[in-house]
Design a binder for this molecule. Structure first.
Ligand code: ADP
Length: 627
């Protein structure tokens, strides 16, 4: 037997590491299973190049929990190690790796959450074990070795009688880590970290039942037998070529990723590059609707099929973090902080690649089946609109597939929309006027008025739409967006013919004075000579102020200091309406006030502004009138 002292400068790094990595103790299992996987894949490689002359067989990695003995065994059938190799790889490589790790991350580790992403390797065994044994037999014709260590620099190394090739790691679980002796705990960890690792992982057995034969007698008892419980899928969909996979395969993989999710994804994007960086993955568009607060952190990041994290911030562009799926790249540096990630050139390239690939896919989907794309629009628009706002590269490409639906479900691209508007919807400056509604119900009367005049009205109802409109207008698009209730339609879209006013200037003055004596100060009264069929009283909310207010509410935190802006409304009175004439000509002041108030309430009603006490009073007054 050899005993020795491992050559590390820190006398006992074990308690230190344990302390720093407190919240990430569970990664030991991922690290040890990864080592077993590596050892198996290395053997496969050596056999393929003729270096190792042994049978590969059907190797598995087995995890065994011995509750009574307080031990966890991780057993692989990989290339194994000779005694010399244990000296070299474990005593030197593993320990110096741990020491280096500690030096580097002592200070930053606690707050950055980077630890779980950094392979601490073999040494992480000491996060849960007070003593670790390695029993290993190399594929080379040499005796097996047995190494024991309690985390201090002292170790023992002696021959062992193991005859089968591979390595068994035995963890003597420490008193403060006994939770890891729980089958369901280990099962849960394997499912989290190792679900898609490339070598089958065995954890216990399960009972399988043979189907009942057709000619079985009444009292037939189904035959059962025990089989290995393999917890992983070693060939997940993202490792395959897109041409090998059907729609159904993609959907099945989605269910594998999210067993608790019953809704099907809308479509998927298969990522696959190997130059200038290596990245594979599948992203899914789930049904999103207009809810911005949906769960993020649904994309899982893997490195060579080993789960790393579900926080892909900085790697995947922000707007795509609303998607689901996996990405797998060995080229993403995980041992740097989040801000470091964003500054990393390779990561920036990865993020740009993903953006481009998503844009290309959307374009292809749009071109292949526009009707289907339109149907899905409502569920994907939030991602796309957010993408246009946050990524210039995406904004540039968005023209090819981003849609602008009308209130009657006709979908235009921006170019098509321009074409549609150019003859009929321009303002006095010659800009194309995009009329839109934010809510079909609430703005119903305004929509109807605009449609009656033959105008197109879009339905733009995302919570971030005001930001996007602002961006499109600023982009030399020649467009101006105006919500239908922002002004009277004839003021928005300038027509040649001017309606002649029934009232003289003098009469208008008188009317205005009377109106202002009854109308609250919050409304600014405007007289307009419109056609006599138009509503007599119309309440509008100027586009600019309303939009700024919306923008400051939906992100941009109090942008322009307008967080607490008061609501501003205009009251437009049609001087050509019969009601205007009546108000003007009424001698009876009480009756005049009554007319104005009733008309104002009606105008408020069509803008959804009549609430509470005012609504009650209105209803009561109206009943009085018809009794
Ligand atoms: P890393 O895996 O990052 O190199 P580790 O600390 O996990 O670092 O392991 C150190 C070395 O020990 C490995 O490079 C490998 O040579 C050897 N090793 C660890 N586990 C096994 C195993 N199960 N089978 C064979 N060799 C192993």
């Amino acid at each position: 037997m050899t005993t020795g002292k491992i050559n590390v400068s820190v006398e006992n790094i074990f308690p230190l590491i344990k302390k720093f990595l407190y919240s990430d103790h569970e990664i030991f299992l991922r690290e040890l299973v990864s080592n077993g996987t590596d050892a198996t894949l290395k053997l496969k490689h050596l056999i393929s190049i003729g270096e190792a002359k042994v049978e590969y067989g059907n190797p598995v990695i087995e995890i065994k929990v011995d509750k009574e003995g307080k031990k966890i065994h991780i057993i692989d059938q990989g290339l194994g190690m000779t005694a010399d190799e244990v000296e070299k790889y474990i005593n030197q490589v593993a320990f110096s790796g741990a020491e280096e790790f500690l030096d580097k991350y002592k200070d930053s580790a606690k707050d950055s959450g980077i630890i779980g992403h950094f392979g601490l390797g073999f040494y992480s065994a000491f996060m849960v074990a007070e003593k670790v044994e390695i029993i290993t037999k190399s594929y080379k014709d040499e005796p097996a070795a047995h190494w024991t260590c309690d985390g201090s620099p002292e170790f023992t190394l002696e021959p062992a009688d193991k005859t089968s090739r591979g390595t068994e790691i035995i963890l003597h679980v420490a008193e403060d880590s006994l939770e890891f002796l729980d089958d369901s705990k280990i099962g849960g960890l394997l499912n989290k970290y190792n679900k898609f690792m490339p070598i089958p992982i065995k954890f216990g057995t399960k009972t399988e039942t043979l189907p009942k034969p057709e000619d079985a007698p009444e009292d037939y008892v189904n035959e059962t037998f025990e089989v290995d419980n393999i917890i992983n899928n070693p060939n997940p969909a993202w490792t395959k070529q897109p041409t090998e996979l059907s729609d159904e395969d993609y959907k099945n993989f989605y269910r594998e990723l999210y067993p608790m999710q019953f809704e099907e994804p809308l479509f998927n994007i298969h990522l696959n590059v190997d130059y200038p960086f290596n990245l594979t993955g599948i992203l899914y568009f789930p049904k999103l609707g207009t809810d911005m607060q949906i769960q993020k952190d649904k994309i899982q990041l893997y490195q060579n099929q080993v789960y790393v994290t579900d926080n892909v911030e900085g790697i995947v562009p922000e707007f795509l973090t609303m998607l689901k799926g996996v990405i797998d790249s060995p080229d993403i540096p995980l041992n740097v902080s989040r801000s470091g990630l964003q500054a990393d050139g390779a990561v920036k390239k990865i993020s740009n690649y993903i953006t481009r690939k998503v844009a290309d896919k959307l374009k292809a989907l749009f071109n292949e089946n526009r009707a289907d794309f339109e149907q899905k629009w409502n569920d994907i628009k939030i991602v796309l609109e957010y993408g246009m706002l946050s990524e210039d590269k995406f904004y540039e490409k968005a023209g090819a597939f981003v849609l602008y639906p009308t209130v009657d479900d006709t979908y235009f691209t921006l170019e098509e929309l321009k074409e549609k508007l150019k003859d009929n919807q321009t303002d006095k400056d010659g800009k194309l006027v995009v009329l839109y509604a934010g809510n079909k119900e609430a703005q119903h009367s305004y929509i109807e008025t605009a449609k009656a005049k033959g105008y197109e009205v879009l339905l733009l109802d995302s919570p971030i739409i005001s930001h996007l409109i602002q961006k499109i207008e600023g982009d030399n698009s020649g467009l101006t967006f105006v919500r239908v209730d922002s002004d009277h339609i004839d003021n928005i879209i300038k027509k040649e013919e001017n309606t002649i006013s029934k009232l003289s200037d003098e009469e208008k003055e008188t009317l205005k004075t009377s109106l202002e004596s009854y109308i609250p100060k919050a409304y600014s009264v405007q007289l307009e000579a419109m056609d006599s069929q138009a509503a007599p009283f119309i309440i509008t909310q100027p586009e600019f102020m309303r939009r700024m207010k919306e923008m400051s509410q939906s992100g941009g935190g109090g942008m322009f200091g307008m967080g607490n802006m008061p609501e501003m409304y205009n009251l437009i009175v049609n001087t050509n309406s019969d009601l205007a004439t009546s108000i003007l000509n009424t001698e009876d002041k009480t009756h005049q006030e009554h007319l104005v108030k009733q008309a104002l309430d009606l105008a408020k009603l069509s803008q959804n502004l009549l609430k509470g006490e005012a609504l009650t009073a209105f209803v009561k007054r109206s009943f009085e009138m018809i009794k």
